[in-house]
Structure formats: structure tokens, C-alpha cells
Write a protein that binds this ligand. Structure first.
Ligand code: NDP
Ligand code: 8X3
Length: 258
């Protein structure tokens, strides 16, 4: 029989565990017997998750990944049962707005760069030396189809996800021989709070991308993340792109005079 890794040996650090993929991943790993460090800015959500999963399985840290000093301090202060991190799910991120570039709020661009790029860099930089020192592990980043396929209004969000992809691939090169695996998960349309965040709480607008169709779910993505990390240690999934079966490709958009 094909031998997967034993998830009861996993200590998993998850950013963005208050919602969507991160919360679903926390549940998936704990269900498989792993220990999880769940992080995010919304403390009440984290407490509810800890109550659900059990404090012996789920350690929570209120954390804004844009705050490098806080991130490093939180990792340095981890209690012993959660200190031996061997899986990092660098998932926290967001899109803000869908306006054309000329009309966008530049503060939204700044927030996306600070979160999706700087926050990701800080997370990986803070955790990678520990993974290497402990003999290996796995870093999973959350890219997007938006990192490959342009779309109107996707300007900075898509560009941050292109960064995530290349950062993950470059990390792979850096950790060669260190027993550290790196995987960029690249989902398409998935129903989470992503759209509500993008449209700043406007539920009617946020619901539109999912209307009349069947998007993927947070559990679909969590299962994919889990699968890549439980594959035998000699296998590295570099990139994994997923779309809802209802989502496909369109022709190029040609502007015509008439
Ligand atoms: P959600 O909005 O449901 O979850 C996003 C998570 O990120 C929340 O837990 C949020 O926690 C956290 N987060 C946001 N900003 C920060 C911050 N500054 N510091 C710490 N945590 C932060 O979205 P998804 O689960 O869908 O998205 C997860 C990742 O997947 C993102 O990187 C997103 O770009 C990507 N993605 C999503 C797709 C989709 O269609 N849903 C498709 C492709 C990729 P809190 O607010 O409590 O801090
Ligand atoms: C989220 C998917 O298509 O809304 O990364 O950009 S999309």
C-alpha cells in the first residue's frame, strides 16, 4: 500500500486561520491528529476555533502578519508542545476592490502588498530557519489563478499572487538538500469570506461571483493542502492549480472600433 506521511507528527503553523482556507485547514489537520498553531487578527474567532478543536491540539495567537516584530516574538514564545513546527501554511491574504487601475484606492494597493507580499515574506523568513534546523518540513503558500491569468480590476491583487508563485519557486531552489518542501497552491473561484473582504462588507456585490454556479469550498482547498503535505517526503508538488469545474477559460478580449 502507498505510504503517506503520518500527520500525527505534524506541528502546523497557519496564518489566516480565522476564516476560509486557514480555518478549514486547521480543522483538517487536527482531525488527522496534528497539532495546529492558528493565527489571525480576530481573537474571538481564534478562541472559538480553539474551543472547537481543543487547547491541547490548537494553540492560538492573535497576529497581524504585517507586524514583523510581533510575528517573530510570537514564534519565539511558543509553548513546548507547539514549538517544533514542521509545516507552515502561509495562507493569510486578501484582495481589496475590483476597480480599474486608474480609479483604485491606492491605500487598497498598499494593504494588499503589505499583507500578501511583506506579510508572507516575514512569515517564511521567521519560520524557515527553524524548519531547516529541525531537519526539514514543508511550506505551503497560497497563490491564485490570478497570479497567472490577468483580469480587469485584478491589477495589484494578481501581481501579489504572481509574487507568491515566484517566491515559492525560488524558495524551492534555496532549500535544495535541506529536506524542506515548498508548494504553491493556486485556487480559482472558491466561496469563503474572500469576496466579502474584497467588496468591504457589501454582501450583494460579494455574492455575485458565486451566483448560479458551484464554486469550490474552503474544505476542497484544505484537502488539497493536506494531501500535498502528507505525500511521501521524496515527492514535492511545486504548484497545484485548482478551479471549480464550472470555471474555465475565455478568449482574448479584442477591442474593436465597431
Ligand atoms: P478569507 O477572507 O476567508 O480568509 C482570509 C484570512 O486571512 C482570514 O483568516 C484573515 O484573518 C487573514 N488575514 C488577512 N489579513 C491578515 C493580516 N494582515 N494578518 C493576519 N491575517 C490576515 O479568504 P480565503 O480563505 O479565501 O483566502 C485565503 C488565501 O487564499 C488568501 O491568500 C487569498 O488571497 C487566497 N485565495 C483565495 C481564493 C478564493 O477565491 N477564496 C482563490 C485563490 C487564492 P483576520 O481578518 O482575522 O486577520
Ligand atoms: C482569488 C481568485 O479569481 O477572484 O484569488 O482572483 S480570483
Amino acid at each position: 500500500m502507498y505510504q503517506m506521511l503520518d500527520p500525527t507528527r505534524f506541528v502546523v503553523f497557519i496564518t489566516g486561520a480565522t476564516s476560509g482556507f486557514g480555518a478549514a485547514a486547521a480543522r483538517r489537520y487536527v482531525a488527522a491528529g496534528a497539532k495546529v498553531i492558528a493565527t489571525g487578527r480576530r481573537t474571538e474567532r481564534l478562541k472559538a476555533l480553539r474551543d472547537e478543536l481543543g487547547a491541547e491540539n490548537c494553540h492560538i495567537i492573535t497576529l497581524d502578519i504585517r507586524d514583523r516584530a510581533a510575528l517573530e516574538a510570537a514564534i519565539a514564545a511558543l509553548p513546548a508542545p507547539f514549538a517544533g513546527i514542521n509545516i507552515v501554511i502561509a495562507n493569510a491574504g486578501l484582495a481589496l476592490g475590483l476597480q480599474p487601475a486608474a480609479q483604485t484606492d491606492i491605500a487598497d494597493w498598499d494593504t494588499m502588498v503589505a499583507t500578501n507580499i511583506n506579510g508572507l515574506m516575514y512569515t517564511v523568513r521567521a519560520l524557515l530557519p527553524g524548519l531547516i534546523a529541525r531537519g526539514g518540513g514543508h511550506i505551503v503558500t497560497l497563490g491564485s489563478v490570478a497570479g497567472d491569468y490577468p483580469y480587469p480590476g485584478g491589477s495589484v491583487y494578481g501581481a501579489t499572487k504572481a509574487f507568491v508563485k515566484q517566491f515559492a519557486l525560488n524558495l524551492r531552489s534555496d532549500v535544495q538538500g535541506k529536506q524542506v518542501r515548498v508548494t504553491n497552491i493556486e485556487p480559482g473561484l472558491t466561496a469563503t469570506e474572500f469576496s466579502l473582504v474584497r467588496f468591504k462588507g457589501d454582501e450583494a456585490q460579494a455574492g455575485k461571483p458565486y451566483q448560479g454556479t458551484q464554486p469550490m469550498t474552503a474544505e476542497d482547498i484544505a484537502e488539497s493542502i493536506f494531501w500535498t503535505t502528507t505525500l511521501p517526503a521524496h515527492v514535492n508538488v511545486n504548484r497545484l492549480q485548482l478551479m471549480a469545474t464550472t470555471q474555465a477559460f475565455a478568449p482574448f478580449d479584442i477591442y474593436r472600433e465597431s
